[in-house]
Design a protein around this ligand. Sequence first.
Ligand SMILES: CC(=O)N[C@@H](CC(=O)O)C(=O)NC[C@H](CC1(C(=O)N[C@@H](Cc2ccc(O)cc2)C(=O)O)CCCC1)C(=O)O
Ligand SMILES: [Zn+2]
Length: 607
Amino acid sequence: ENGLETEARVFLEEYDRRSSEKCFKQASANWNYATDIREETEKIKLQESLEYAKFQKEIWNNITTQFKIRDNFKDPALVRTFKKIAIIGTSASALPEERLKEFQQLKSTMAKIYSTTKTCAYEDATKCDLSLDPDLTEIMKVSRDEQQLRHVWKEWHDKVGGPIRQYYKPYVGFSNEIAKSNNFSDAGAFWLREYESETIKEDIEQLWQTLKPFYQQMHAYVRAKLRDTYGGQITEDGLIPAHLLGNMWAQSWENIYSLVVPFPEKASIDVTDQMKQQGYTPLKMFQISDEFFTSLGLIPMPPEFWKESLLEKPKDREVVCHASAWDFCNRKDFRIKQCTVVTTEDLITVHHEMGHVQYYLQYKDQPMIFRRGANPGFHEAVGDTLALSVITPKHLKEIGLLDSSTPIDDYETSINFLLSMALEKIAFLPFGYLIDKYRWDIFDGTVDSVEPSNYNAHWWKLRREYQGLKPPVERSEENFDAGAKYHVPADVEYLRYFVSKVIQFQFHRSLCLEAGQYDPEDPRKPLHNCDIYRSKAAGSKLAAGLAMGSSRPWPEVMKVMTGQDKMDASAIREYFKPLEDWLILQNAKLAQTPGWQKSKNDLESDA
Ligand SMILES: CC(=O)N[C@@H](CC(=O)O)C(=O)NC[C@H](CC1(C(=O)N[C@@H](Cc2ccc(O)cc2)C(=O)O)CCCC1)C(=O)O
Ligand SMILES: [Zn+2]
């Protein structure tokens, strides 16, 4: 080990200590704002993010001067560390201070519009205190009144997307400037660096092409069923109006399960009523989840978690209700903030957030620079993977949420179950892809980025092409409907969720094999019935991968967890195979042709 490497290690010790301190201070300021939205807390949050950016710029300066020849270090971990530190992070510390302040303020303004906008009720135009979470979310979930759904959809998209629109063009400018100063072509390429792959875009497109036929079969079946409920709303163009899918963004359709259930007389996994009858509270939901994790031999939530987390929407102040998990970078303090309600959907979200904290706990002894997911999709897949076991009828019986006498092994029940899972997982795929495809197109200039003259037209072009949806009311360039989805104003990359939906089934298949709960040769042990509950073998296989953080390229981590080193749609297709076969038959019977008309300008562009 030459002198320079020794010097580099001393530098890294110092870096690790200081970046952990800075991270703690920034996380605390962000938490204090997110759990108490006020001028005062916003000011402190902005100050702390400037501090953090200054620190990153200082680090970058002495790395680029002192350790220019980092590449010929012998220790690959040292090379990897310096490469990662050298890309000055999304804290935008590449910008001159004045522009940095402007950028932080702009993001804060967009986030505040999103988190505090209230809307007026359908039945009473003077009642204007309805917030997205829980009010509009609940209406979109339960209402079957097309006019009310249309009103709620329009209120939210007009009152949030519209005001955010003016900030989006400058946001794009800043984002691209930061990317370019880090030697990336644009912000989209800067985001994709986290996947450390020259072919990530092609790989994603390939996965989508593999899964698209299945999505279109489900879309055709749901469209036919919705025609029974909403009649003429479902017109001959084959498109589904975006307000009828049970979710503000039509990103997942599990809330319209009751309108599309294949065998109504059989059991369904919506255990919301059971949870309420049994007096479930948000805290109990988190305790149930913690017990599932520890049953696998994974790490229990530490005392600070239970003491400091915010698990319900407070009554006395404004908070950012969008659920989130927090790592305070001091190896001790980990929290969740969630405006939890007692529903099946939120039980899944609880596991999703707990998955993030489990990952923080597993890699907390890594150096700061490696305390991240192997790639962002890994972080999103942990909780969802465990939730695949929790949500099985077998497991719901085990924890007393499904009556023990309910038959669950027959074919019809499994089709009901698989459809409810597909409404969440398969419906999401085109949405998870298009949120970033939309922003890549804007960042790289393929969408007229000089004037945002077709921001909204492009959004609905993609929504039509990928999801087979159309807006419920007339849209124009006064609107900015992408801005009505949290992650767009919040400047959060979204491809991670598409990746997660694919790899979580690879993780699930591997852990189910490990737990002896699944056997591809045994039809009595199909993948969709697997529950890894209490399997220490599955838990230690998962932990082995999570503990690596981002210290090694993600294919190596995936190999440790699944034996594979590639993203692969075979697991998700195997899980849903019985449903895909059933849908193909059903659509043929209902004479439903999968797919929809390309829009006129699509046809022109095809011409
Ligand atoms: C400090 C910080 O920001 N921490 C990160 C975690 C980290 O990076 O360490 C974090 O907590 N991010 C918040 C985000 C919240 C949710 C989300 O935004 N979900 C997507 C997509 C989706 C939808 C359904 C689903 O089942 C799974 C995903 C959406 O709602 O569109 C909302 C509820 C679920 C997850 C999250 O947890 O990913
Ligand atoms: Zn997440």
